[in-house]
Design a protein around this ligand. Structure first.
Ligand code: ATP
Ligand code: MG
Length: 445
C-alpha cells in the first residue's frame, strides 16, 4: 500500500477522552473512530489488525478440530425465556421490539441459539463429540463503556460451544480449548495466563480466564511468578489425545494463579514469598464447563449406546477478539507509539523515502516495494512529500515492526537502512539483503 493512496487519518493531538495508552494510540493512529458510546467504526488500519487477530483465532480453532459457522446478531427472546436468562440478564441486554411486536434482542452471547440448533439436528451419541464456534459481534449495554475497544458495548467475540456425551468428554473439550487458546495468544505475541475464575451467571464449576498482565487491567490477580516462565512454544500436539491435552492443562493451571473472585489467601501464602505477585490483568478470554445446565433447560439430549435419552454435557469458550487489540497495545508500546508483534502487524514492513521526487531514491523505493510484494508480504510505502521527521513519527506511531529507510546518501554507497521498531537498532544493507532479511523474519511467524 502506498500511503498517498491509503486512508490513515493520524491525529496530531492526544485525544482528551482517552484515559489509557491503547485507546490513545488507536485514536491517534487512525485505527478507530467512536460512533457512539462504546461503539466504534473500524478504520482501515484498525480493521486490518482486527482481521489478523480473527484469522489466527480461526486457524487455531480449526486446528483443534472445532467447526466454524455463523449465527445472527439479532435473536428471538423466546429462546432466552426457555433457558430462564431473559429476565436474569438484566440491563446489559439490549432489547428490541420488531414491527409485529415480537421481542428480540441483540445477542450478548449465544448459548441459547446454539443449543436450539443442536437439539433440532442431533439425536444420537454417534454425532458426538461436536464443537461449533463463530466469530460475531456481540452487544452488552455496559453501564460504563470505557478504554476504547477494551470495554465496548458492541464488541467482536469468538464464542465456541462443545457438546459431549459424558463429563469426561466435555473436560477433554475444555482442555482442547485451553491448549488452542494458549497457542492463539502466543501467535499474537502475547502472554495470557490461565487463571482460575468465578463462573458468574453462566453457572458451572470449571472455568479459567486468560489474563494479560497490565497495570491498566480491570481485574486484580494473584499468582506465583513461576507461571510467567511457562510458554507453549512450537510443540506438536495431538488434539485427539486426552492425555496430551490433560498434561498441558495441568502444566499451565497447577501453579497458583487466580482472579480476586477465587483468591484464597491461605493457599497464596504457601507460595515462597519472593514469588508471590499481586498485579492487574486484562481478561482476553474465558473457558467454561457447565455440564447440563442449558441442555436440561432446553431439552438438548441424545440417545446413548443403550438407547437412553441423556442430556448432553456442554461448555462455552470465548475470546475477546476486538478487546485483544487494546490488550496487545497495552503490552507492547513505548512513548512514540505502538509496537506490533509480527503475528498481528497491519503491514509487514514500512518503506520511508527520505527524498521524494529524487529519481534514484524513488526508483529504489519502488524496487523494494515490488520485491516485498512479490515475496508475499505487504509493505506500507510512505511516498508522501513530507520531511523525514514527520514520516518517522508516523511509522513509529503506527508501530510496524520493521522499517526500511531509503535516502540518496545511502544509495550512493549501495545501502538502505533496516530498523527494528522494538529495539530501535538499524543495520545498513543492500536493498536485496534488506528484503531477504524481512522475508526471513516473517517466514518464522
Ligand atoms: P468482563 O468480565 O470483562 O465484563 P465477561 O467475563 O463478562 O467480561 P465473557 O462472557 O467471558 O466476558 O466474554 C468472553 C470475552 O469477551 C472476554 O474474555 C473478553 O475478552 C471479551 N469481552 C467481554 N465483554 C467485553 C466488552 N464489553 N468489550 C470488549 N470485549 C469484551
Ligand atoms: Mg469472562
Amino acid at each position: 500500500m502506498r500511503l498517498t493512496r491509503y486512508f490513515l487519518p493520524v491525529l496530531k493531538e492526544t485525544p482528551a477522552e482517552a484515559q489509557i495508552v491503547s485507546h490513545r494510540y488507536m485514536l491517534r493512529a487512525g485505527m478507530i473512530k467512536q460512533a457512539s458510546a462504546g461503539i466504534y467504526s473500524w478504520l482501515p488500519l484498525g480493521f486490518k489488525v482486527l482481521k489478523k487477530i480473527e484469522d489466527i483465532v480461526h486457524e487455531e480453532q480449526i486446528r483443534a478440530g472445532h467447526i466454524p459457522m455463523l449465527m445472527p446478531t439479532l435473536q428471538s427472546a423466546d429462546l432466552w425465556r426457555e433457558s430462564g436468562r431473559y429476565d436474569d440478564y438484566g440491563q446489559e441486554m439490549l432489547r428490541i421490539t420488531d414491527r409485529h411486536g415480537r421481542d428480540m434482542l441483540y445477542g450478548p452471547t449465544n448459548e441459547e441459539l446454539i443449543t436450539d440448533i443442536f437439539r433440532a439436528n442431533v439425536t444420537s451419541y454417534k454425532d458426538l463429540p461436536l464443537t461449533l464456534y463463530h466469530i460475531q459481534w456481540k452487544f452488552r449495554d455496559e453501564i460504563r463503556p470505557r478504554f476504547g475497544v477494551m470495554r465496548g458495548r458492541e464488541f467482536y467475540m469468538k464464542d465456541g460451544y462443545n457438546f459431549d456425551l459424558t463429563k469426561e468428554d466435555a473436560l477433554h473439550a475444555y482442555n482442547r480449548h485451553l491448549v488452542s487458546y494458549l497457542r492463539s495468544y502466543e501467535r499474537m505475541g502475547l502472554q495470557a495466563i490461565p487463571m482460575r475464575a468465578d463462573s458468574g451467571p453462566i453457572g458451572g464449576d470449571d472455568t479459567h480466564e486468560f489474563l494479560v498482565l497490565a497495570e491498566t487491567g480491570e481485574s486484580e490477580v494473584f499468582y506465583d511468578s513461576a507461571v510467567t516462565d511457562l510458554t507453549f512454544g512450537d510443540r506438536e500436539i495431538d488434539y485427539d489425545s486426552v492425555e496430551q491435552c490433560q498434561a498441558i492443562m495441568e502444566e499451565f493451571t497447577t501453579k497458583y494463579a487466580r482472579t480476586d473472585e477465587t483468591h484464597d489467601e491461605a493457599a497464596f501464602n504457601e507460595i515462597p514469598e519472593e514469588r508471590r505477585r499481586v498485579a492487574r490483568g486484562i481478561e482476553v478470554g474465558q473457558i467454561f464447563y457447565f455440564g447440563t445446565k442449558y441442555s436440561e433447560a432446553m431439552g438438548a439430549s441424545v440417545q446413548d449406546k443403550d438407547g437412553n435419552k441423556v442430556p448432553v454435557h456442554m461448555g462455552s469458550h470465548g475470546i475477546g477478539v476486538s478487546r485483544l487489540l487494546g490488550a496487545i497495545i497495552e503490552a507492547s508500546h513505548d512513548d512514540k507509539g505502538i509496537i506490533w508483534p509480527e503475528g498481528v502487524t497491519p503491514f509487514h514492513c514500512g518503506i520511508v523515502n527520505l527524498k521524494q521526487g529524487d529519481g534514484d531514491t524513488d526508483a529504489a523505493c519502488e524496487g523494494l516495494y515490488a520485491a516485498l510484494t512479490k515475496a508475499g508480504l505487504e509493505p506500507l510505502y510512505d511516498d508522501r512529500n513530507e520531511r523525514a521527521g514527520g514520516k518517522f513519527a508516523t511509522m513509529d506511531l503506527i508501530g510496524l515492526p520493521w522499517r526500511i529507510t531509503v535516502g540518496p546518501r545511502g544509495l550512493k554507497n549501495g545501502v538502505v537502512e533496516l530498523t527494528s521498531r522494538k529495539t530501535g537498532e538499524s543495520v545498513e544493507l543492500s536493498a536485496e539483503d534488506a528484503v531477504a532479511r524481512v522475508v526471513e523474519i516473517y517466514a518464522g511467524v
